[in-house]
Design a protein around this ligand. Sequence first.
Ligand code: CP
Ligand code: NVA
Length: 317
Amino acid sequence: MHMVVSLAGRDILCLQDFTREEIETILKTAEMMKIWNKIGKPHRVLEGKTLAMIFQKPSTRTRISFEVGIYQLGGYGLYLNAQDLQLRRGETIADTARVLSRYVDGIMARVFDHQDVVDLAKYASVPVINGLSDFAHPCQALADYMTIKEKKGRIEGLKVVYVGDGNNVAHSLMIAGTKLGANVVVATPEGYEPDPKVIKWAEENAAESGGSFELLHDPIKAVKGADVIYTDVWASMGQEAEAEQRRKIFMPFQVNKELVKHAKKDYIFMHCLPAHRGEEVTDDVIDSPNSVVWDQAENRLHAQKAAMALIMGGIKV
Ligand code: CP
Ligand code: NVA
């Protein structure tokens, strides 16, 4: 039994800012949220609280799971397209953060530049959640490890293999996995590796947790004996101009029937979604019995409700 720690008032910008115990506290709370949701037990622990949700980029899962999530907790989610705010006309992030803090109890933001969520958090007096930046997608990784735990009964010692672009989703998967004791392997084309800072963190985390981290450029070698195979789009939001070129470079990294033959028989396939079917993953893999992508998407709701309840003061531990 691990320690349960208080997270009241904390921002969630990048999971590297959290200890293993803190991440496990969120995951345990998420399991509880899911049970309460399934058995219909009311859990309006954020009654009357408001979450501002700023979006600089499109979203299906993040927007809906946060909006539904805060509603189920008894609060209200305010969708704010960044284009409709005075931000577009030059009001600073700092001033926006100061003003929003006078109205709402928490801020979730999806941004291009990670520095924007860092600045929001610096100037806001309420907790700030990163709903995806060019650097990290912490809420995704919380749902991912919740799903892995659900499907495999544990996280520690599992071989979690990410195949594709060393992007925001890869970063958060690496950070959380190595903190939680998984053996994380990332396989990317040359030149598309994760940020060197994140590689260093993953190695340090693994040394502390007893997990491991390995960076490869050979997808077949990477998925050998995998418990989890994870992929994401080859061109992230904001990289549309590179999509054509990336398609050629990344083709050998496609997760298809041939590649998954090298994994354990009972491997699970994961994808943060949206998927570009026929690019990073083929239909016969994403629609196979090994695929857990819909449960993974659902778990965004439970994991984020846990995160909100803990940092916005709904659940005090
Ligand atoms: N996985 C994820 O964050 O999806 P959306 O872009 O639809 O929010
Ligand atoms: N890496 C993708 C994830 C989308 C949820 C992007 O940033 O567009």
